[in-house]
Structure formats: C-alpha cells, structure tokens
Design a protein around this ligand. Sequence first.
Ligand SMILES: C[S@@+](CC[C@H](N)C(=O)[O-])C[C@H]1O[C@@H](n2cnc3c(N)ncnc32)[C@H](O)[C@@H]1O
Length: 358
Amino acid sequence: MEDETLESRNQARLAILELTNMISVPMCLHAIVRLNVPDAIWQGGSNAPLSASQILTRVLPSGDPHNLQRILRLLTTYGVFAEHLLTDPSSDQVLRKYSLTDIGKTLVTDADGLSYGAYVLQHYQEELMTAWPLVHEAVVDSTTEPFVKANGEPAYSYYGKKPEMNDLMQRAMSGVSVPFMKAILNGYNGFDGVQRLVDVGGSAGDCLRMILQKHTNIKEGINFDLPEVVAKAPNIPGVTHVGGDMFKSVPDGDAIFMKWVLTTWTDEECKLIMKNCYNALPVGGKMIACEPVLPKESDNSLRTRALLEGDIFVMTIYRAKGKHRTEEEFRQLGLSAGFPHLRAFYIDHFYTVLEFQK
Ligand SMILES: C[S@@+](CC[C@H](N)C(=O)[O-])C[C@H]1O[C@@H](n2cnc3c(N)ncnc32)[C@H](O)[C@@H]1O
C-alpha cells in the first residue's frame, strides 16, 4: 500500500488535481479575450495597473468585478498578467491591480488590427470544442478525426461553408504569422535572388506581403489557397491570389513558400503536396516550409510542451494522422517527394524554416 503521508504522494495528489482542472486556464484566457481585457489595460501603451472594477468600467460596466478578479488571479499564475497588491491603510483591505506581461501583450490589438486574440477565439469555437471529449476516438479509430465525428465533416470544408468561421480562421492565421514573419525575415536570407514566389496555403496573403516588402528582388507573388479563402483575401500590391487545390497542382514559381500546411496532413498527403511543389519548381529551386519541428526528447520545456500540445490539436481537429514531425521525418518526406537536400534553420522557437532544394 502507498504511504500517502510521503511528500512525493502529496505532490502527486496535487499534480493530478491541477492537471484535471487545467481546462480553467484556456477557458479563462478565452474569457479575457472575449471581454477585451488586454486592450482595456493596454490603452495605447499605458499598461497602468488596473483593478477588476476599473477594467470593467472600460469594457462592461454592468459586469461582476469579483469574478473577473478570480480569472485575473489564475492567469497571473500563468504569466499573462502581473499582479500589484496595494493595501488600503484605513481598512487594511488589499486591492489587487493587474497589468500586462509580455505574454499578455501578445493579446493586444495592434495598429493593423491583429493580435493572438483571434487565435484564442478560433480555437474555442463551439464546433472545435465538441471534438475535445473525443480525443480517445483518435486511438480507437484513426480513420476519422474527432472533429469529423463531432461535426460530420472535415474542419476546412466546414469553415468554408461558414463565413464567420472562415473569417476568424484568416484573422487567427494573420495574428500568429505576422510576428513570426518579422522574426524570420531578419534572420533568414533564402529569398535572395527569387523573382517569382508562390505561397502554398497562404491564407489572406500576409506572409507574401511581408516577404515582398523586404525582398524587392521578388517581382511576382502568387498567393495560392482554397477558392473560398482567396475570394476573401485583400488586394496586396505585387500579389496575385489564385484559388485551387494543392492536392491537384500548385502554380509554378522559382521558389515556393509554405507555412503551417504540412503539419495538418498525413505522410501520404504531405508527399502529394510536396511532389506537386517539386513539379512546380525548376532544378535548384527551393521549397521553403515553415513548420513546428519536434525535438527527439520529451522534456517539459515550454517549447516542447507548446509543440506537443499543437500536435494533439492537429490530431483532434484536422487530421487524426496529421502531425508535428521531427527534422528527420521531414527529411524522409522530402526525399520521397524527390528533394535531395534539406537545411533547417531554428530561428523562431515554434516554427523551423525547412529549406528543401530540388
Ligand atoms: C494553418 S493554415 C496556414 C495559413 C498560412 N500559411 C499561415 O501560416 O498563416 C493552412 C492553410 O492551408 C489552406 N488549405 C487547406 N487545404 C488546402 C488545399 N487543398 N489547397 C490549398 N490550400 C489549402 C487553408 O485554407 C489555410 O489557409
């Protein structure tokens, strides 16, 4: 019989309670984005600590400050807010105020109307949430993803029929991609000498817009995505939006960019997409893929956890056999599609730049 008085057992009981209730964390994150709390605190850059009541006067005067404070306290322990305790000398009461940390600031709407907030909202839409109690089904029967079991059809075709989901998906992609692109455009020079660049699965075209702004050698950008997605994409100077299906063919270019696409698909599907990219490139041309790349070890670092959590998201929502891969798995996929060379650039902590050369 286990000795429940041992410190290790005490810690274990605590840990399992924490793991079980962990759903409170993303749900509170969702709540503060829905309530516009980050923008209310930020107020054009002041980020002055505010109490829950003060926050509510800016976003929802009729709201319950005690319950908002409970949410803010929990998220403070995950580093989203900084808590400032002030004691009122007359009553000895403690007043809690909150400002944004660097993590919290990722949720603030920038001058272009973007933030990671749309990514949070996108993840917790009702249709996606109904898939989560079915994660075990991905083990029982991996031919159908939990999202399909819950909603009757694959996520992308489902979004395609619902304009508001399609729109939120595009805003979520833009909010995550723009800061990443700023980081890699300073550290990666693989676009030098390219004249016609195709972005496969380019969504609203944000990545191409930023690449073209930095690399004036690129004369033509082709943003290639599903017809219903490019139909909603904005005009971008130098960029032509082309609708189609990457499983059939992709437009020609002297280089191909592809961010956050391969992860969503099975090995066989990836080979097909990569083969179509190979066929669209000249000899020596590059397919530049930016994807999460898993480390070999399963450690508990923030990076490994973020990558493994994203892996389960893909399995649950997009493809039960779609996945995050190791660098070696990407090398093998590249070889099977015909690419003899792969170079990996670890510039960003989440996405790795994978340069496959024909
Ligand atoms: C995870 S998003 C990434 C978007 C963008 N590359 C980024 O990183 O912000 C995957 C993209 O692949 C597109 N996609 C899905 N199926 C496709 C297909 N069969 N042909 C072309 N694009 C497709 C989706 O519409 C979506 O824009």
